[in-house]
Design a protein around this ligand. Structure first.
Ligand code: SAM
Ligand code: SF4
Ligand code: F3S
Length: 448
């Protein structure tokens, strides 16, 4: 039996695409290798959003150069870094056998099926056949009770710092009937939580036979068709495309998790303009107010990018001020990395690394305070959680997540994995709540 080893870097879209690849390979009779050096094919599904992501992958490729001396595997570089570098990959990393960009993933699986008899023929191969991006039918390898469902792909926004539109192409939305079919198949497999994915998930728009479906309509339809789906999430929303209708649909549905990841990137209008984000801090703050009025307990999380060319101390203060006003539950924070090919690349990287790091440090410290404050307010509350795994620290405890994506540990046996529990949050240990299970009272609205 042919065997594979797949490593995934980057965002959830990459994770979903790796799962789809694994599924395709298993359907073609391949099995998972016990270690990379045992595999026939090793795939690195890569990310290029920041230089640091690429450096990690380059380090990993160094390790594979060493392993290749002992193994007989075909090494495949797939995904966004492969798409950005194309033929450069074969020059920079001559031990890579096959380069598969964003649009050639389907051809790659076809190729593996056709050449399965003699994989050694796949050497120094750059897949250039310009496939159009197409969604796989299923993006779940069959294991686990959580799944990602890509519903749109690519990005039209061209934020001036971001490489994604260049490596993922223009936005395309997936046909609603295919989305419903995938959700149905996942529910049959016992999946309890589905996350709809897109680089700008809320600009979803599919037109057919004179009809049009937008994101809020799609969510409404999913909730209506699949009342048995306990938790529905979506990632990532762009503040300029978040409609009033979406807020209404979210607040009206008990299965749509009350957690919204809404990257703000910056708190200064001057920098937001230079970033080409196409909203102002006032728009963002107003949007947050409307969301919180409709859903008072909602957890808002964000991405913040500091050290963009031209950022001053005052601009940074405006970002800290916006963070304090919104009181984000959590944030992914980055300092600016110039990406060749983007508009901002032409403006250089004028802010010294130490200054970028110092500013990032201030953002991280503030966010830690805000996250702690957000969590401390929840102590004593009863919440539903979905059990994910046995706790790494204690075998008689499980790790679970709340609707707001917070980690919770409580005593329970491993058989509870994949099931919901009703717990009381008792205390905090670092980022994780400690909880105790409680028996649901009559009249408790949740029925999970
Ligand atoms: N589509 C999402 C949005 O609109 O916010 C973000 C997708 S991007 C893959 C994830 C995050 O990476 C961005 O929100 C941004 O904060 C960060 N990022 C993108 N380009 C970057 C760069 N050149 N340097 C540092 N961080 C970057
Ligand atoms: Fe990148 Fe902006 Fe598109 Fe997000 S919206 S993927 S940050 S260009
Ligand atoms: Fe990275 Fe590509 Fe995702 S660049 S963040 S893997 S879309």
């Amino acid at each position: 039996m042919r065997t594979y080893w797949v490593e995934t870097y980057g965002c959830q879209m990459n994770k979903a695409e790796s799962e789809a690849l694994i599924r395709d390979l298993e359907e073609a009779g391949w099995g998972r290798a016990s270690a990379p050096e045992e595999a026939d094919v090793v795939v690195l599904n890569t990310c290029t959003v920041r230089q640091t992501a690429e450096e990690r992958i380059a380090g990993r490729l160094g390790y594979y150069r060493y392993l290749k001396k002992h193994g007989r595997f075909i090494l495949v570089l797939m995904g966004c870094m492969a798409e950005r570098m194309k033929e450069e990959v074969l020059e920079a990393f001559p031990h890579v056998d096959v380069v598969v960009g964003t649009f050639q993933k389907n051809s790659f699986v076809r190729l593996l099926r056709e050449r399965a008899e003699d994989l050694t023929l796949l050497q120094q191969l750059l897949l250039t056949e310009e496939d159009e991006y197409s969604f796989e039918k299923l993006h779940h390898s069959g294991l686990g009770f959580k799944a990602f469902v890509p519903i749109m792909h690519g990005c039209n926004n061209f934020c001036s710092y971001c490489i994604v539109p260049y490596v993922r192409g223009r936005e395309i939305s997936r046909r609603p009937s295919e989305i419903f079919e995938e959700i149905e198949a996942l529910l049959e497999k016992g999946v309890r939580e589905i996350t709809l994915l897109g680089q700008n998930v809320n600009s979803y728009r599919f037109t057919w036979e004179g009809k049009e479906m937008r994101f809020a309509g799609l969510l409404r339809e999913i909730v209506h068709r699949f009342p048995e789906l306990p938790w529905l999430r979506f990632l990532t929303s762009h503040p300029k495309d978040l409609s009033e209708e979406l807020i209404e649909v979210m607040s009206a549905s008990s299965s749509i998790c009350k957690h919204l990841h809404l990257p703000v990137q910056h708190g200064s209008n001057r920098i937001l303009g230079a970033m080409n984000r196409r909203y102002t801090r006032e728009h963002y703050l107003n949007l947050v107010e409307r969301i919180r009025t409709a859903m008072p307990g909602i957890a808002l999380t964000t991405d913040i990018l500091v050290g963009f060319p031209g950022e001053t101390e005052e601009d940074l203060e405006l970002t800290l001020d916006l963070m304090r006003r919104v009181r984000f539950a959590d944030a992914y924070t980055y300092y600016y990395n110039p990406r060749k090919g983007t508009r901002a690349y032409e403006w250089g990287d004028p802010i010294p690394l130490e200054v970028k790091k110092e500013r990032l440090g201030r953002v991280i410290r503030l966010q830690r305070e805000l996250s702690l404050e957000w969590k401390q307010r929840k102590i004593g509350r009863m919440v539903d959680v979905l059990v994910e795994e046995v706790s790494r620290k204690r075998e008689d405890e499980v790790l679970a997540r709340t609707e707001q994506d917070e980690m919770v540990v409580f005593p329970a046996p491993p058989e509870r994995i994949g099931r919901f529990a009703h717990v009381q949050l008792v205390s905090l240990e670092g980022n994780t709540f400690r909880a105790k299970e409680v028996i649901r009272c009559l009249g408790d609205s949740s029925s999970r």
